[in-house]
Design a protein around this ligand. Sequence first.
Ligand code: KIV
Ligand code: ZN
Length: 514
Amino acid sequence: MGEQRNITIFDTTLRDGEQSPGCSMNLTEKVELARALERLGVDVIEAGFPAASKGDFEAVRTVASEMRDSAVCGLARSLEADVSAAAEAVSGAARPRIHVFCATSEIHRRHKLKRAKEEIVRMSVDAVRQARNHTDDVEFSPEDASRTEWDFLVEITRAVIDAGATTVNIPDTVGYAMPEQFAALIRHLRENVPNIDRAVISVHCHDDLGLAVANSLAAVHAGAGQVECTVNGIGERAGNASMEEVVMAIKTRRDFFNADCRVDTSRIYPTSRLVSSVTGLHVQRNKAIVGENAFAHEAGIHQHGVMANRETYEIMRPEDIGVPPSRLVLGKHSGRHAFKQRIEALGYSLETEQIDNAFEKFKTLADKKKHVFDADIEALIDEQIERTSELWTLQGVQTTAGSNTVPTATVTVMRDRERLTDAATGDGPVDAVYEAIQRITCVSLELVDYSLRAITSGKDAQGEVTIEVEHNGRRFRTRGVSTDIVEASARAFLSAVNRAATRTNGDRQKPPQP
Ligand code: KIV
Ligand code: ZN
């Protein structure tokens, strides 16, 4: 057995993850997430696709200027303008990376690019050379590699490495591969690309058949040195390989992989919570590693075993991934110091002003609720993170509703120092609130989805409303939390209005195909 390998963890939550339907994030959210990813210890953060929009460019540029440990990567098609945009966006990074891609499979060549193999090789080589003029760290992806002829993959991989690519990423773009087949492809490239020792082989798997993690791990076992993944497995369609599953599999089965990675696993859980609150995509209860039931033992025989010796039924401990030891935390007599400590234990690092604002809200909440749980605190913190980009803030909501009355709402919001109030009727109290908000702000949104859940147990639990809205052809999700579910609904909707109003310039345009 050779020396233990270090697997590079390339996180693409901010790029491929953001491509999940309704998951777009604003600049503040992206920077906050990038900070969490750096604290988590991922090696590379793919921060966006700079040529796609001004907003993407700005996000990559800002993330690049802040990160000191993680490399920051910008994606580019094999086009001069794309590579220039990516190069400029990552130029302020301590460790800049440019990721160039070009589709290689027959179906993409024929129907999407309408180009022959030779042209595709030439475009890819030119783009990699151009990228190398800006940084020594250049990655190339033959898109749809798993459906590409193996001899053509060998040819293009060899050519881009000769042109200066230091990582060659093999994407299973449509989630089509089977683990054994994908591992065989990685071995084939290792054995047949003559200059392969000059580059790291990476993999990037989608989850259409639920095999993204299995395929990524099979590739690691076959010699891949980098895995591309996203927190909670978010991403295009069914998503990407889940970072937490890949990392914990490698760490838990170091013996099998003879490999390890740099990620600080104790930051996994807080990062997962942050991603789910920023994107509004809840983690399913039985999701491996970060789902609520991941460490819950129901059967008596299991509970008995765990009490006698945890390892009878637990291959990982909750504390390994940073699940806070107790869920019951603070009450109305808790002071600022205890509150701040709890925030830190949950994995956040906030500015003093954000802590002060959150603490004030905590005191108000503790007056309404006997026990304030971690989930309540996380909701308060998420509000602080989102606050920065708010144009309108909610001041108050009154509704009348019931059988035999026309549901009516009066809503008051602040914009700068101006207090704005309006009233409206609707099909129900929430609809009336949404009408009133639209009248005040003159922003009209189409409500696509609405869901309500209690974020903790108990009858005084806070309600969390998550909505998906459509604005100018783009969908996004926001949420609102309150002990009053109508107010939570109003908060979610106003947050969507704020996002719609502030995103007009930063919207991602669908980039034209090369
Ligand atoms: O899925 C894919 O092929 C991609 C590439 C751009 C790497 O996301
Ligand atoms: Zn992808």
